[in-house]
Design a protein around this ligand. Structure first.
Ligand SMILES: Cc1cc2nc3c(=O)[nH]c(=O)nc-3n(C[C@H](O)[C@H](O)[C@H](O)COP(=O)(O)OP(=O)(O)OC[C@H]3O[C@@H](n4cnc5c(N)ncnc54)[C@H](O)[C@@H]3O)c2cc1C
Length: 629
């Protein structure tokens, strides 16, 4: 029996990584927010890998933090190992990754949500989006309860019509046996929303006591840890760390898989959903990379509270008996006791090209969405979208300017632009190679790039903003000082240079010039830099990077200027592309379907050629003149 309950400004459907960020953003921006989730015991659940961050994903987490999101703070509180990856390469690909205590991560995020003003949590399944004249007016739950609201943010993850499969065993449940959401898909289809069927998979969990670690390589965390959140220092979050372990599959593992590949639901066609190319199952790896005689397997603790160990690199949906043989063929797992079987999950999600860059649906006003539901894969990708959907739903209801980050401002900008502009026929996972301007989109400068925007929308408070301004001034002044501090070729200087294997000076130079030498750093020059004052580590990091990579950074900034010119050429929302003469038919169709915001976005649509863009530019120029006259 339908019954109308209290109304809200925003209803967030889902309390996963996307839902949590969306809800916190709305509530912190003073909107009365309701979060509905199928289970209160699975808030910010990590159903797969027990870690946050990694290559390019670490960038996303730092950007979320710089904008005022929660994920960075939450993992700093609940990490059990922290590591900076790719440290031997350039700063553009340095990426933080932290192993999480999964239960602690979920509990801590729940506590934050439960103690945030303007935020109400409730366990209920949403079965229908209520809309009038293509505008959201509320939601309905399985029990018939109706909650009127002005905006809805869908963050349903891997739950819509979810099906979990391994071998010939299949359950219509969400991850970890949680209830699936079986009704909302039909409601969305009735609103004219196009749905996709995707798939992802997870490996088995094995009892730590059944593992022989002496046959594996121990992987330690970093001594000097770097926090994810710019609000923390290493001292704030320092703690004892646990280890992970590295082992490998072998030819016996591959033989077992190949001999049973016909029993894989993936290969016998039982699984219809499309899986993530860059997160392949072990079956896929063995079949597609048959030339490789071994694949890396990372044994990772799920948390301090349990003996469950995650077998990274061996996600699978092979039958249980094959799983036993397969895992037990790996060095160190000969006596493995499987606590949870590996499985694949199929679920409904949307074609994200139905969304504006603000993550609002083009055909249903006030309906926003974020996370795996938008066709991405990964906790970090989900949280980033949830935050942006929360910010933009709030800005819309508050009548303020919404936020669209472009590809030169943030990995989040690359993520969302790729989703809403480019055809995504498989779960989208972020990678550094997707970002054209990755030298300026580093994880170390996310605050300098984004916290001003976080402050403008109201998620970064004045105290943090002032600290950022101070940091910028310290950086600029120190760089100027180093550029203008002359160093003579005296004995003390020559000795220090020789100590670091750097060429001695023939004539005087500046400190900045010395820092530009690959073998020297700001820290190393301290003995010859008499006027130096104590500066925070984060400022020194920026000074080192800016001086060492200035040339490359400047060159990339010039490319960004070019890029921004096309991004700045906005296209009228109601432009009818069929009226643009000499535009090719395919381009007319794609442009009318995607309705790009700018000429820059139009140029990234597959099927729209550079010639089409020239035609469009001329037409817009003419359109502008005719409007002005
Ligand atoms: C088996 C498995 C394997 C995975 N493997 C990988 C991997 O290898 N690599 C990777 O990057 N990512 C992987 N993931 C994905 C990762 O878990 C997700 O990317 C991430 O959890 C997505 O976050 P989200 O917030 O979008 O959704 P989720 O974390 O799935 O949260 C969805 C939330 O929505 C709620 N919900 C759903 N429908 C309704 C409804 N109708 N009414 C009310 N509440 C609802 C749920 O209760 C939940 O709170 C895997 C996920 C699973 C399940």
């Amino acid at each position: 029996m339908a019954y109308i309950y209290e109304s809200y400004d925003v209803v967030v459907v889902g309390a996963g990584h996307a839902g949590c960020e969306a809800a916190l953003a709305c509530a912190r921006l003073s909107l009365n927010t309701l979060v509905l989730t199928i289970s209160m015991d699975s808030i910010a659940l990590m159903p797969c890998n027990p870690n946050i961050g990694g290559t390019s994903k670490g960038h996303l987490v730092r950007e979320i933090d710089a904008l005022g999101g929660e994920m960075g703070k939450n993992i700093d509180k609940t990490y059990i190992q922290s590591k900076m990856l790719n440290i031997s390469k350039g700063p553009a690909v340095h990426s933080l990754r932290a192993q999480a205590d999964k239960q602690e991560y979920s509990r801590t995020m729940r506590k934050v949500l439960e103690n945030t003003n303007n935020l109400t949590l409730k366990q209920a399944e949403v079965v229908e989006i209520l809309a009038e004249d293509h505008k959201v007016v509320g939601i309905k739950t399985y029990s018939g309860a109706i909650y009127p609201c002005k905006a809805v943010i869908l963050c349903t993850g891997t739950y819509l019509k979810a099906r979990c499969v391994y071998g010939d065993v299949s359950n219509y449940t969400g991850p970890n046996g949680l209830q699936a959401a079986n009704y909302l898909t039909d409601s969305l289809k009735s609103l004219g929303i196009e749905m996709y069927r995707f798939k992802t998979g997870t490996p088995a969990r094995i009892d730590k006591r059944s593992i022989d670690f002496s046959k594996m390589e121990e992987q330690f965390g970093d001594e000097d840890i770097v926090p994810f959140s710019f609000t923390n220092t290493a001292e704030d979050i320092k703690k004892e760390q646990v280890s992970c372990w590295l082992t490998y599959t072998n030819e016996e593992t591959h033989r077992i898989i190949n001999e049973n590949i016909d029993r894989s639901p993936l290969y016998c066609g039982d699984i219809k959903g499309t899986g993530p190319r860059y997160c392949p199952s072990i079956e896929d790896k063995v079949v597609k990379f048959a030339d490789k005689n071994r694949h890396q397997v990372f044994i990772e603790p799920e948390g301090n509270y349990t003996n469950e160990m995650y077998v990274g690199g061996m996600s699978s949906s092979l039958p249980e008996d094959v799983q036993y043989q397969m895992y037990r063929s790996v060095a160190g797992l000969e006596n493995a006791k499987i606590i949870r079987n590996a499985y694949a999950i199929e679920y409904d999600c949307i074609n994200p090209m139905q969304l504006k860059p603000t993550l609002e649906f083009k055909n249903v006003e006030g309906l926003f969405s974020g996370g795996q539901f938008n066709g991405s894969s990964g906790y970090e990708e989900a949280a980033a979208q949830g935050l942006m959907a929360g910010i933009n739903a709030s800005m819309k209801l508050l009548g303020k300017e919404q936020v669209v980050l472009d590809r030169s401002e943030a990995y989040i900008g690359v993520l969302i632009d790729d989703l809403v502009t480019k055809e995504t026929r498989e779960p989208y996972r972020m990678m550094t190679s997707r970002a054209e301007y990755r030298l300026i989109l580093r994880q170390d400068n996310a605050d300098l790039r984004l916290s001003k925007i976080g402050h403008r929308v109201g998620l970064i408070d004045n105290e943090r903003y002032e600290k950022l301004m101070e940091k910028e001034v310290q950086m600029e002044e120190e760089i100027k000082r180093l550029e203008n501090t002359l160093i003579g070729a005296n004995a003390e200087v020559q000795a220090l240079l020789e100590q670091y294997g750097s060429n001695i000076l023939k004539t005087g130079t500046t400190l900045a010039e010395l820092i530009r030498r690959p073998e020297l750093t700001y820290e190393m020059l301290a003995p010859m830099d008499k006027d130096r004052v104590e500066l925070p580590k984060s400022v020194i990091e920026q000074v080192n990077i800016y001086i060492k990579y200035e040339g490359y950074i400047q060159r990339q900034m010039r490319q960004v200027d070019q890029f921004k010119k096309m991004e700045g050429k906005l296209i009228p929302e109601d432009l009818d592309y069929t009226q643009v003469p000499s535009l090719r038919i395919e381009a007319k169709q794609k442009l009318n379907q995607i309705r790009p915001r700018s000429v820059g976005q139009a140029s990234r649509i597959s099927g729209v050629s550079p010639a089409d863009i020239s035609v469009l530019l001329v037409y817009l120029e003419h359109f502008k003149h005719s409007k002005n006259n």
